[in-house]
Design a protein around this ligand. Structure first.
Ligand code: ZN
Length: 222
């Protein structure tokens, strides 16, 4: 389950992005520019934002539904933030309900992917962007969030097809960002510092998951 990533997190050090944006803000304010103009001017800074197209995907096996832009933050990962973690979640709700929640601008949370019991993978936020899923700003900035549709107290929700699809997805992410496949780099939401969520819970089979991700990684790109 995801939740707001901004509230309890500590202030982070100024990044290249923050410095650029801050500088631009001063210039734009001097030119009596409105908030919207600052936002638009952001796109003009060369080399910062990668080109992006609605519906473009990062994982070959995924479908696309866009989460509301209020529920994630535009970024340019891995150039501005190194991606070296995967955070495993369980939705505590249905696929339809969870997708709707991520589309709701007042939900203030999202994840990059949602994996269903039948092995379907939906992508909702681009990997270059920061999804609000771990309730920890620095963890959000460094991680890919993968939701699994089900409930933490229902082990039957974690199907073979779900494990297999999620492992292929995680292996793809680990391959592209050179992330080691171990329990330091693949963590549960409940293990994120400051987390008050319990997902993925005691029925998530970590040994099996790690083994499947390693197998998928060894098998090469699909
Ligand atoms: Zn969660």
């Amino acid at each position: 389950m995801t939740e707001l990533g901004n509230k309890r997190s500590k202030p982070r050090s100024r990044t290249r992005r923050a410095v650029l944006f801050g500088g631009l803000g001063v210039v734009a304010a001097g030119a009596v520019a409105g908030r919207d103009e600052i936002g638009r001017a952001w796109w003009l800074i060369p080399g910062v934002a990668k080109p992006r197209k609605e519906g473009e995907l990062d994982h070959a096996g995924a479908s696309w539904t866009s989460a509301s832009p209020a529920n994630w933050r535009m970024a340019d990962r891995p150039d501005d933030y190194r991606v070296d973690r995967i955070v495993v979640h369980v939705t505590q709700g249905s696929f339809e309900g969870s997708v709707k929640a991520f589309q709701n601008p007042f939900h203030r949370a999202s994840a990059h992917y949602m994996v269903r019991g039948d092995g379907h993978v939906e992508q909702l936020v681009r990997e270059m962007d920061v999804a609000f899923h771990a309730a920890n700003r620095s963890m959000n900035e460094r991680s890919i969030g993968i939701e699994h549709v089900g409930f933490v107290d229902r082990p039957q929700d974690f199907t073979d097809a779900m494990y297999a699809a999620s492992a292929r997805l995680a292996a793809d992410v680990c391959r592209r960002y050179d992330i080691p496949v171990d329990r330091t780099h693949l963590v549960g939401h409940s293990e994120v510092p400051g987390a008050d969520h319990t997902d993925p819970g005691p029925h998530w089979d970590w040994d099996r998951y790690i083994r499947l991700v390693r197998e998928a990684l060894a098998a090469g790109p699909s």
